[in-house]
Every structure is written in structure tokens, then in C-alpha cells.
Write a protein that binds this ligand. Structure first.
Ligand code: ARG
Length: 459
């Protein structure tokens, strides 16, 4: 079949060019949106008398049949027809004849592709939000089950102060909660209807753009035709939000990888989410977590690719923009795949409570609490800090922890210290005393879990 735009050409395009600029190999995934968008467009053309209602019905029925055929795997797309938009149009003309040629009235592929990508992304944002909500739900369940599991909190990857595993997991709930918000916010700007922008300068036909927007579930129509066909901000925004999801997953994975090492020994991943070594029989590797960490780089790359593709483009549409799709699709696929596998991986990991607690007891994680104890006895904090520092140095020389010191030893550093010091610096007490909003104390954590569940229900 001749190209749909062959009129002004004397020659066929070189086969290399067909291959080079064809996007059907990747944009075929937009078929459903392309067809639904075309149905709404045709319906509107019929309502407005731009084509007859009968013609509109014929087109809509033809499109419906094509959709059914594609879904049943009965359609083979053609590389020569370039992209999903022209493939569908060509199939329509083959199927219903000359009437099919009226579908593209008052429309360009430039506003059509913008429509399709927006409809696609809207659905994918909803899917990503659902996956994030499921993950947060799982993390909240885990937090609930691990409220009494004390572990060291770190700064500089050095043991700092004791927290609980529940508190640590809740930190990630906050991150993924913000990711959900960002996705929703981005969706508002995705859900704007560009048809009517034409190739760049609108159209001479009296379109009812608002009707098309309503039909397709859009909240608004785009307000400038040049912008409508050249704006890919929404794809950049989504990819940036997806990059943040990946960054959060990657940090979590990094911890899971560390925690499952013998050096930490905090968790053991389930066999179903671990892999072995082809040479070393003893190995059990956290490959899934590593791969998620590795795949975060893909999405950062997708974001960079989109920004770089757009930065030098004059208004309005340029073919460069066809390059938006593989980056965007890759970001969508990667973030979904990673969210899907991450959830059962954390849900099934075995927490080695005792090892976590032991690590929390070592490393002087209660040193700040000893200083706070001295402050309560009237010693200025800077001075208390100095006293405890010297006490820690003493312990280090003797390979002891603070709790191992006798009262007599304590008193060498400050006579403000009494028998009640042992209670004051016990790990359970160190956690329980941190009862500020957002802190690790069991009471604060319980409140945080409740608040997070409520927020999730509303989302
Ligand atoms: N496949 C193209 C894309 O993805 C559709 C728009 C093409 N428009 C054009 N005038 N060449 O961007």
C-alpha cells in the first residue's frame, strides 16, 4: 500500500529509511489508546457535522473491529506504515474503504501521538500508584510485626543510636508515600487533552475539543496548540518521579544486601528470592536486590535521555520527539517490574532479631543517653559529651561496653552518676525515651503506623 502521505513524492522511501524512522516496533503498545482516541475524534466529527453521523459510525465500528483483531493477535503491523497511528489508519481504510480516509480530518499525528502517550501514561501512573500502595501496605505489616525489634541506627554507616526495625521500615513508607503524591501530582498535568492542536496551529474545522476530552476522561484541554504538540514535560516529570522511586528502592536494596551479609547478619532472604553461584557451592546471593539497585541507573538514564532530547528543540513538533517513547516505556516497565518483585522479597525475608539487638547493644549506641543522663543531673551538655567521650575511650581500652562498667568505674568520670544509670542507658529505655513525634519509641511508632494506614486508605 502506498504511504498515507505519498502525494507529493515522486519516489518510494529507501528501505533503510523505512526501517530507520519506523517506530511501530515500540509504539505498537499504544494501540488501545490510539484506537479509543480515534473513536472519540470520529464521534465528535460526526456530532459537529464535519463528517456525517453514518460515516462516524462506520469509522467507529471499523476501529472497534480492529481493536478486537489486535487483541486476538490477528493483526501484523507493518514497518512501512511507520507508526501505530498510520498502521491503524491503514487497517481502517483496508477494512471500511474510502470512509476510513475521513478519520484524519482536523487531526495530525502530532496531536494524535501526544494524546496517545498521555492516555497511556495516565493508566501507567495509576498502576505505579497501586504498586506503591501495596508496597507501603506490606511495609506497614512488617513494621507492625517488628515493633519490638531493636537495631542500631547508623550515620556514616557507623552505629549511632538504637532504633527499631519498625521505625526503620516506616522511614521507607514515608519515601514511598511521597512517591505516590508525586505520581498523583504529575497525573494532573498528564491528564490534559491535546487533540485539536493539529500539526501545530490548530485547525480550520469547528471542533468540540471539550467533548473529546470528556469522552476520554480528561480533566481539561491544552491551551496552546504549539505547546500541545511539543510539550513532553509530563513524560519528563513521570520519569523523574520514577527515578525517585528507583532511588528509594535502590537504597533499601543496598541495605538488604548489607544486612544479608555475614558481617551484618540482620536478615536472611528467602530462597525463592536468592540465587546461587555456579562455582561456589556455599553461596546464597541477594541478586534480586542487586539487580533492582542496578536497574535504578536505567531510569536515571531514561530521564537524562528525555531532557537531552528536548533541550535543543525549536517549537513545535520535531521527529526527535519520537525518541521519547523508548525512554518513557523503559522507565514505566522498569519501575513496575522492580516494585512487583521487591514487595514479596521483603515480605518473606527472615529477620534475625537477636543479631540486630546484639548489634544495637554494641558500638556504644547508648552513649548519647549517658550524656543526656548527666544533663538531667545539671551538667551542661558540652561537658557531659566530653565526660562520656572519655568514658567510651576507657571502655575501648578494656574491650567493655558502657553497661559493663561498675558504678565505681562510672564515678571516676563523674560523681553525678548513680545506680539508676544502668536503667537509663539500657537499650530498651534508650528507644522508649525517644518518644517525640516521628521518633523510634514504640508509642510514637504505633501512632506513625496508624497515621500511615489512614493516609494509605485515603489515597
Ligand atoms: N511516530 C511519531 C512520534 O512518535 C508520530 C508523529 C509523527 N509526526 C510527524 N509529523 N512525523 O512522534
Amino acid at each position: 500500500m502506498a504511504k498515507l502521505w505519498s502525494g507529493r513524492f515522486q519516489k518510494e522511501t529507501d528501505r533503510l529509511v523505512d526501517d530507520f524512522h519506523s517506530s511501530i516496533s515500540f509504539d505498537s503498545r499504544l494501540y488501545k489508546y490510539d484506537i479509543t482516541g480515534s473513536m472519540a475524534h470520529a464521534g465528535m466529527l460526526g456530532r459537529m457535522g464535519i463528517i456525517t453521523r453514518e460515516e462516524a459510525d462506520t469509522i467507529i465500528n471499523g476501529l472497534q473491529e480492529i481493536l478486537t483483531d489486535i487483541e486476538a493477535g490477528r493483526v501484523e503491523f507493518s514497518v512501512a506504515a511507520e507508526d501505530i497511528h498510520m498502521n491503524v489508519e491503514q487497517l481502517l481504510i483496508e477494512r471500511i474503504g474510502a470512509v476510513g480516509k475521513k478519520l484524519h480530518t482536523a487531526r495530525s499525528r502530532n496531536d494524535q501521538v501526544a494524546l496517545d502517550v498521555r492516555m497511556y501514561l495516565r493508566d501507567e501512573i495509576d498502576a505505579v500508584r497501586r504498586l506503591l500502595a501495596e508496597l507501603i501496605g506490606t511495609l506497614l505489616d512488617l513494621a507492625e510485626q517488628n515493633q519490638d525489634v531493636v537495631m542500631p541506627g547508623y550515620t556514616h554507616l557507623q552505629r549511632a543510636q538504637p532504633v527499631t526495625l519498625a521505625h526503620h521500615l516506616l522511614a521507607y513508607c514515608q519515601m514511598f508515600g511521597r512517591d505516590m503524591d508525586r505520581m498523583r501530582d504529575c497525573r494532573r498535568r498528564v491528564n490534559v487533552m491535546p487533540l485539536g492542536a493539529g500539526a501545530l496551529a490548530g485547525t480550520t474545522f469547528p471542533l468540540d475539543r471539550e467533548f473529546v476530552a470528556r469522552e476520554l476522561g480528561f480533566d481539561a484541554v491544552t491551551e496552546n496548540s504549539l505547546d500541545a504538540v511539543s510539550d513532553r514535560d509530563f513524560a519528563v516529570e513521570f520519569t523523574a518521579a520514577a527515578a525517585l522511586v528507583m532511588m528509594h528502592l535502590s537504597r533499601f536494596c543496598e541495605e538488604i544486601i548489607l544486612w544479608s551479609s555475614a558481617e551484618f547478619g540482620f536478615i536472611e532472604l528467602d530462597d525463592a528470592y536468592s540465587t546461587g553461584s555456579s562455582m561456589m557451592p556455599q553461596k546464597k546471593n541477594p541478586d534480586v536486590a542487586e539487580l533492582i539497585r542496578g536497574k535504578s541507573g536505567r531510569v536515571f538514564g531514561d530521564l537524562t535521555a528525555l531532557l537531552t532530547m528536548l533541550k535543543g528543540l525549536p517549537l513545535a513538533y520535531n521527529k526527535d520527539m519520537q525518541e521519547d517513547k523508548e525512554a518513557l516505556f523503559d522507565a514505566v516497565d522498569t519501575v513496575k517490574k522492580c516494585l512487583i518483585i521487591f514487595k514479596p522479597m521483603v515480605a518473606t525475608m527472615r529477620v534475625k532479631k537477636e543479631n540486630m539487638a546484639r548489634a544495637a547493644r554494641g558500638g556504644f549506641t547508648n552513649a548519647t543517653d549517658l550524656a543526656d543522663y548527666l544533663v538531667q543531673r545539671g551538667i551542661p551538655f558540652r561537658e557531659a559529651h566530653e565526660i562520656v567521650g572519655r568514658t567510651v575511650a576507657y571502655c575501648l581500652e578494656r574491650d567493655k561496653s558502657l553497661d559493663d562498667l561498675s558504678l565505681e568505674e562510672f564515678r571516676r568520670f563523674s560523681d553525678a552518676i548513680d545506680e539508676d544509670v544502668y536503667e537509663a542507658i539500657s537499650i530498651a529505655r534508650c528507644v522508649a525515651a525517644r518518644n517525640v513525634t516521628g521518633g523510634p519509641a514504640p508509642e510514637a511508632v504505633q501512632k506513625a503506623i496508624r497515621a500511615a494506614r489512614e493516609r494509605l486508605d485515603k489515597n
